[in-house]
Design a protein. Structure first.
Length: 278
């Protein structure tokens, strides 16, 4: 004769503390596992995998983006944890989880997102914890971004609301954090495609030239003028879309290059990264 294990409120609460899953999910997991806590945790993780599979085609355009500096400000780390709804993105447990992933990245310096997912986190892996969170919340959740930059001086900027973050590397270790933050905010606001015109991808240049030529021809300009006018339009593209050539948002009569040179002669940007939800 088979016996049914009685699941107590104390057991349910203990499993909730262990996993963060909902009360009814914990009660069902313990019932299915006949009171075995390890088996109940496995049940909840499998539930998370099932939820992940069933919601694979959903858009995860909400989430939480966070960046941090290492101790000597020579490296910046950024992660983006995506979900389906703004409600989940603002959930304290979701935010804490995102920040724990970033801390794991800073402690272990993984090479990419996949290496980050394989890192240990509270006795499991980051990837296991992702499935735990999916099972708990019932939404598609993805570790959508992970970046690290290094430079003599790195500054990070987290835009209020954590839907956007930027990091900038400066060429001098003596550069002020305030100047770096101004440039990081410039990157956040103006979304440059490259540091300088020589850094723009050739495919982007070709596309911009073709668009410019088409516009010029549609305006009825003579063919012999097309190349010259297109070159002028390309220079305007560089001015508006490359960081050092953009008008500085705090003092638009200066370029970012001129601003940095005024802070410290020869100071420049060596690397930047910008990540935004959506």
């Amino acid at each position: 004769m088979s016996t049914t294990t009685t699941v107590t409120a104390a057991d349910v609460n203990k499993l909730r503390q262990m996993t963060g899953a909902g009360m009814m999910d914990c009660k069902k997991a313990l019932s299915e596992a006949n009171g075995d806590f390890d088996a109940a945790v496995d049940y909840l993780r499998k539930k998370g995998q099932k939820v992940a599979a069933s919601r694979a085609d959903r858009d995860a355009k909400e989430g939480y983006i966070i960046s941090k500096l290492n101790a000597d400000a020579t490296a910046g780390y950024l992660i983006g944890l995506s979900c389906e709804t703004d409600f989940v993105a603002k959930n304290e447990g979701f935010v804490t989880f995102a920040e724990s992933i970033l801390n794991a990245a800073m402690s272990n310096d993984p090479a990419d997102v996949e290496a980050l997912k394989a890192l240990p986190l509270d006795g499991e892996t980051v990837n296991d914890k992702l499935f735990d969170m999916i099972g708990k919340i019932g939404e598609k959740i993805e570790l959508s971004s992970y970046f690290k930059i290094t430079a003599p001086r790195v500054v990070v900027y987290n835009h209020p609301g954590n839907r956007l973050a930027s990091m900038v590397g400066l060429s001098s270790a003596a550069a002020s954090a305030e100047a770096g933050k101004d440039v990081a905010m410039q990157i956040a606001a103006m979304n440059p495609v490259a540091i300088d015109k020589d850094d723009v991808d050739s495919s982007v240049i070709e596309r911009e030239l073709e668009i410019a030529k088409d516009q010029i021809r549609q305006e009825g300009k003579p063919e012999e003028m097309v190349e010259k006018i297109a070159a002028g339009k390309l220079n305007k593209f560089y001015q508006e879309n490359t960081l050092l050539n953009q008008a500085f948002i705090k003092e638009d009569k200066k370029s970012v290059r001129q601003f940095l040179d005024g802070v410290e002669k020869g100071l420049t940007v060596t690397v930047f990264k910008r990540v935004q939800l959506g």
